[in-house]
Design a protein around this ligand. Structure first.
Ligand SMILES: C[S@@+](CC[C@H](N)C(=O)[O-])C[C@H]1O[C@@H](n2cnc3c(N)ncnc32)[C@H](O)[C@@H]1O
Length: 313
């Protein structure tokens, strides 16, 4: 996929579990074969797309890219950027101007934010306006969280940013350009199987298994991603293995928190499990934003033992 060098696309949303800080570690696990041959890249849980944008920039030999997410508001926003970026930028820049011009007045800001939130939850605007609302709320809400109630209504309160950037025009244009070569799907991760061909590589970043009951940030959509879902995902990875596709998967390291918790070590015992250092930023409590290990799991046959395979075990 050819990418112009003038602007490098990067995530246009804040998203729980954003992978920017893990990319170097993920790259160390990539199959060497990916460097030389054309391949299909499939990302079934795309979220804010940190790995997507990075891989598209660094692997010009990707000849097909497919992204998926179950969150329809999110994938519609990818579509709006791909097909209607100028109009999206116009709307967002007006809202940014309006919001910044009341930045000193907390009451007015609140009123503005909650009006936009109500409008978003009506879901009656055209798709581009709905996507602009989605980006606006993401940039201005508390900690960039995405949380909906069981009626799929976004219910995150206003954030405390004084003048948040709402419209990053250069980046939206760069994202629009790169998305021209990307197929955007909205559905369950398992539906991506039919897009795999002889040389496909999957990167999975599912909602993480919570480290404890109160640390759950995995309500990205109205469907919960519980242990049954984690097991279903592992069964999907087994199908990929049987069909000869390579994959890497990220998840939380529940054993790092509780040495007796072997959930992932048991579940993925027939695959490679690596523990890597990762920093998480989306915690409201600064004291809980410290060092954490995360898991990278893969079915790749490595010619050399990766340097940190046992380092953190
Ligand atoms: C951890 S986030 C992905 C983070 C992302 N890679 C990033 O860099 O920001 C997990 C994503 O999985 C999506 N999701 C949850 N259940 C899903 C399912 N059954 N199939 C596909 N996507 C799902 C959520 O909507 C969410 O966007």
């Amino acid at each position: 996929m050819k990418i112009s060098k003038k602007n490098i696309a990067k995530p246009f949303l804040k998203w729980a579990g954003g992978k920017t800080q893990l990319i170097e570690q993920i790259e160390k696990q990539f199959p060497q074969t990916l460097k030389n041959t054309p391949f299909t890249y499939i990302e079934p849980f795309v979220g804010s797309g940190a790995v997507l944008f990075w891989i598209l920039e660094h692997y010009p030999n990707i000849n097909r890219a497919i992204i998926n997410d179950i969150n329809t508001d999110l994938t519609n926003t990818y579509d709006s950027i791909k097909f209607d970026v100028e109009r999206l930028i116009n709307i967002l820049s007006i809202w940014e101007f309006e919001y910044h011009s009341i930045s000193e007045n907390e009451e007015k800001k609140k009123e503005y934010y909650y009006n936009k939130r109500s409008l978003f939850n009506l879901r009656s605007s055209n798709q581009t306006t709905q996507s602009a609302l989605f980006i606006f709320l993401n940039r201005t809400c508390f900690n960039g969280l995405y949380r909906v109630n069981k009626n799929n209504e976004f219910n995150v309160p206003i954030g405390s940013y004084k003048k948040p950037q709402i419209c990053n025009k250069e980046n939206l244009l760069a994202v629009a350009e790169i998305l021209q070569g990307v197929e955007i799907l909205n559905g369950d991760f398992a539906e991506t199987l039919k897009y795999a061909n002889a040389n496909s590589f999957f990167y999975f970043d599912p909602p993480y298994k919570p480290l404890n009951q109160t640390s759950s940030f995995n309500s990205y959509s109205k469907n919960e991603f519980d242990d049954t879902e984690q097991i279903r995902l592992k069964e999907f990875c087994e199908i990929l293995e049987e069909q000869g596709h390579q994959w890497i998967l990220s998840n939380s390291d529940v054993k790092g928190k509780d040495p007796h918790n072997n959930f992932f070590d048991d579940l993925y015992s027939s695959f490679n499990i690596f523990r890597v250092n990762a920093r998480r930023n989306i915690n409201a409590n600064p004291e809980k934003r410290g060092e954490l290990t995360e898991l990278l799991i893969s079915n790749i046959a490595y010619p050399h033992e990766p340097e940190f395979k046992y380092g953190l075990r």
